[in-house]
Design a protein around this ligand. Structure first.
Ligand SMILES: Nc1nc2c(c(=O)[nH]1)N[C@@H](CN(C=O)c1ccc(C(=O)N[C@@H](CCC(=O)O)C(=O)O)cc1)CN2
Length: 296
């Protein structure tokens, strides 16, 4: 079997087009311009690339982009003061602090200082609790993007066995909550799970978000399963840096029914969903109807 490729790059472009249409409507009918503030602390090269891309795509869909680049040694007090200003700014509907933060900063404290209604990453403890109890929340961008790809491919996910490999707060845990919300039977596994291949072999939907290059191989996959690869690992090969996922693509694609590539799968969906969340936050802030299909 050769798997269908789930093209996240193409799907993300469609999500961004939908966002852009809604931004036009908000501007023309309601005189509201959605605004997204992105805060970067330090000079992590990958984070710089992501933040640049977020700014560019924010402007491309017609929103206002506010970038705040702070020195790596910025104090916690200064960062919290900036977030307080953004919380109070009516032009800012979404706030995102790029992760990881330098180690002297307490990420939980910083994230929980963001106004939950502007927390377009969905990482604030209030949004985590709302999602966990099936209430309306801001939904973390990467899992939201994975769910959109899965719903588009399968239609209905009800009753399917889903295995999420990885238990991070950013991806693994919210992904499991979203799949549960769509009535999947969900298992959360991780690098220390006993007999991980056997757990994965039971999955109709396998989400790999463990952060280990090419760990999930073809013989771990149930024939015909849908494989979502969240991993972004930079490896050295033949003197060049190559981006690979958590799934060994070549062997997995022989067994799976559908698979996301890396790059061009889940990654582009993360930023598209960030823009979708910013539109959702703007609509909620102004008591306006939310666009269809941009959140769960
Ligand atoms: N505050 C946040 N920090 C981080 C998040 C997040 O959702 N919120 N996620 C990741 C990084 N990330 C967005 O911030 C992100 C990662 C990857 C991509 C992407 O498009 N990847 C491309 C490849 C790009 C490359 O060459 O590196 C792909 O997979 O095709 C977008 C956003 C951690 N931090």
């Amino acid at each position: 079997m050769t798997a269908t490729i789930l093209d996240g790059k193409e799907f993300a472009a469609r999500v961004r087009a939908k966002v852009a249409d809604h931004v036009t409507l908000l501007k023309e009918k309601h005189s509201v311009t959605p605004g997204l503030a992105v805060v970067l602390v330090g000079e992590d090269p990958a984070s710089q690339v992501y933040v640049r891309s977020k700014g560019k795509l924010t402007v491309e869909v017609g929103m206002a982009s506010f970038e705040h680049k702070l020195d790596a040694d910025t104090s916690e007090a200064d960062l919290l003061a900036l977030i307080a200003r953004l919380n109070a700014d009516p032009e800012v509907h979404g706030i995102l602090v790029q992760l990881p933060l330098p180690s002297h900063l307490d990420s939980d404290l910083v994230i929980n200082s963001i106004d939950p209604s502007k927390d377009v990453d969905g990482f604030h403890i209030s949004n985590v609790g709302l999602l966990g109890t099936g209430q309306k929340s801001m939904v973390p961008c990467t899992p939201l993007g994975c769910l959109m790809l899965l719903r588009d491919h399968h239609g209905n996910l009800s009753g399917l066995n889903a295995v999420v490999v990885g238990r991070s707060n950013i991806v693994g845990k919210p992904m499991a909550q979203l799949l549960l919300g769509d009535s999947c039977t969900v298992t959360i596994a991780h690098s220390r799970s006993k007999d991980l291949p056997a757990i994965c072999q039971g999955a109709d939907i396998l989400v790999a978000a463990v952060g280990r290059a090419a760990m999930v191989r073809g013989d771990w996959i149930k024939p015909g399963a849908t494989v979502i690869d969240v991993g972004i690992n930079r490896i050295e090969r033949d003197g060049k840096t190559k981006l690979v996922g958590d799934v060994h693509f070549d062997s997995a694609a022989q067994v799976a029914g559908a698979i996301t590539p890396v790059p061009g799968g889940v990654g582009p969906m993360t930023i598209a969903c960030l823009l979708a969340n910013t539109v959702t936050a703007t609509c909620r802030a102004h008591g306006l109807a939310e666009p269809e299909g941009l959140t769960v």
